[in-house]
Write a protein that binds this ligand. Structure first.
Ligand code: ADP
Ligand code: SF4
Ligand code: MG
Length: 399
């Protein structure tokens, strides 16, 4: 599978195209009157997305990974305005999606599209390709006379032919149907596309073709993607950056190479170690991710990953490390060091050594001193916070 273009080449600007601010989307499951009356049952709140702040830069692909049920689809739908947030907001080109001064929904629908996991259910079976794409072209204001030519152009661009225009979805293979989904998304001439597991219903050989197509279209039209997948190999090939989601929250985000070379959060580490690998050292270090994702109705206290984390400490049951600090200098530092590159010259010498020791796995002597040193360094660089020590221990796996 091909890799995405380099991040620097892809970026159009450093102002986020899309950003979420402490975004929450909760669903309420209402109990029946009988259950309320007989058993005193109360409505339950599903905290599908529970405080997510992310930014997506124009021209880049942000991969969103995590096990099933972590809230990826809910986040993707909220980002394109299909769900109204319970709290927080989404900004598209700096404008809020909801409330005062919000971007009109018709404009948003043209600019931000979504490709769904299952092209069987997302394409109306009673509509021909002409009708399916025609609706999107009409939304862009394309004159009825011009729609046929535009539709044929789009079909050709996604690898289909003019003779496909009057066929129904059931007359296509899975891969072709997903190409129609892509053509429909392109028809409004969007800037941003959420692709929600667009490959998971396809054969592996077809998956690579759709990946190629999405990458070519990104280069050609300067598209920005939020690429949702539970497949970490696909995420690696598609994404410039990755955000890892666990139980409604983003636990780690970093450039793709840094994340794969140096997963810092224990959940990321466990997810990555589950990828079948030809690399024997990786296989030997495999960490089993035990159990399943707990229910977001009643998430664990403190760090939500603690019931499954092999590094958990008593404090983990009370508090999660400060998420603000996820992209800390430590992360950059550790990533740089293990990649054999030079770190920041302003780095305090002893702390650098300490990080080196941890990275090189020499943690037996003076582990506490190492932690203190790293904590001192992060404090010095103003990464502040009551949770710094917890974060350092968690991310450097020092229990
Ligand atoms: N409309 C809904 N009503 C109630 N619960 C929902 C709804 N949509 C999703 N959920 C729940 O929210 C959680 C996150 O779901 P989802 O966003 O689909 O996760 P993912 O895409 O990562 O598999 C799951 O526990 C799911 O059951
Ligand atoms: S070490 Fe603690 S805070 Fe870090 S992931 Fe494990 S349980 Fe969570
Ligand atoms: Mg999903």
């Amino acid at each position: 599978m091909p890799r995405a273009t380099s991040h620097q080449e892809a970026l159009v600007s450093n102002n986020p195209l899309v950003a979420t601010e402490n975004l929450k989307k909760h669903f309420t499951i209402e109990e029946s009157l009988l259950a309320r009356y007989l058993a005193g049952a109360k409505d339950r709140v599903v905290r599908a997305v529970d405080g997510v702040s992310i930014e997506i830069l124009p021209g880049e692909t942000l991969g969103l990974v995590g096990e099933s049920g972590c809230g990826k689809s809910t986040l993707g739908r909220a980002i394109v305005g299909l769900y109204e947030p319970t709290e927080g907001d989404v900004r598209f080109q700096g404008k809020p999606l909801w409330g005062q001064g919000s971007i009109p929904k018709t404009a948003l629908r043209r600019q931000a599209q979504i490709i769904f996991q299952n092209p069987y259910s997302s394409l109306n079976p009673r509509h021909t390709v002409r009708q399916i794409i025609g609706v999107a072209l009409a939304a862009r204001g394309v004159h009825p006379q011009d729609r046929e030519a535009e539709t044929i152009g789009l079909l050709r661009r996604v690898g289909l032919g003019a003779d496909h225009i009057d066929r129904y979805p059931h007359q296509f293979s899975g891969g072709q149907r997903q190409r129609i989904g892509v053509a429909r998304a392109l028809a409004t001439n969007p800037k941003f596309i959420v692709a929600d597991e667009p490959l998971s219903s396809l054969d592996v050989s077809v998956q690579a073709q759709i990946i190629n197509l999405l990458q070519e279209l990104q280069e050609e039209y300067g598209l920005t993607y939020l690429f949702i997948t539970h497949d970490l190999r696909v995420a690696y090939h598609m994404s410039h950056r990755i955000a890892v989601m666990y139980l409604g929250q983003v636990v780690e985000s970093a450039d793709t190479d840094a994340l794969y070379e140096n997963p810092l959060h224990p959940y990321t580490q466990a997810l990555l170690s589950a990828i079948p690998s030809v690399d024997a050292s990786r296989r030997a270090n495999r960490i089993l991710l035990e159990g399943t994702v707990p229910t977001p109705i009643d998430p664990p206290t403190g760090c939500r990953f603690h019931p499954r984390c092999k590094y958990r400490m008593p404090i983990c049951e009370q508090e999660a490390p400060d998420l603000v600090s996820v992209q800390t200098p430590i992360q950059t530092e550790v990533a740089h060091r293990s990649a054999g590159r030079m770190g920041d010259e302003s780095v305090n010498g002893s702390a650098t050594e300490a990080v080196n020791e941890v990275v090189n796995g020499r943690m037996s002597n003076g582990t506490n001193d190492i932690v203190k040193n790293v904590v001192r360094r992060t404090d010095r660089t103003n990464m502040h916070g009551r949770n710094t020590e917890h974060l350092v221990r968690c991310h450097l796996h020092i229990v």
